[in-house]
Design a protein. Structure first.
Length: 113
């Protein structure tokens, strides 16, 4: 197809609003305006400096609001901002104090004196 033929074929493209309203692009634009923007979920590991597995865990835990448009998942900008505002601790959680570990700590403290 020549360039001139393609120009005449798509000359009425902006007028065909009926087909655009139900398209994934229209859904993306609508959701993007409602939820503070949309970020592709595939970009989160690099953006947050986390592993893909950790991003999946956080998604499963409900930290991110996700919309599926077509075959892609998008995270809302509002949920991303809320996640970044959280005070998150790094590393493993502190183990709970058990009776055995408390007795060992007391014994070690007494024997060191």
């Amino acid at each position: 197809m020549s360039f001139a033929a393609s120009q005449t074929e798509f000359a009425g493209f902006p007028e065909s609003v009926a087909s655009v309203e139900s398209s994934p692009l229209a859904e993306y634009l609508r959701l993007s305006g409602e939820d503070g923007g949309l970020v592709p979920r595939a970009m989160l590991p690099a953006a947050l400096n986390l592993s893909s597995a950790r991003v999946s865990q956080l998604s499963a835990a409900g930290h991110f609001r996700i919309h599926r448009i077509g075959t892609m998942d998008f995270v809302t900008g509002d949920s991303l901002v809320a996640f970044l505002a959280l005070e998150r601790r790094t590393g493993r959680p502190v183990k709970a104090l058990t009776l055995r570990r408390a007795a060992r700590a007391i014994r070690d403290a007494v024997s060191s004196k």
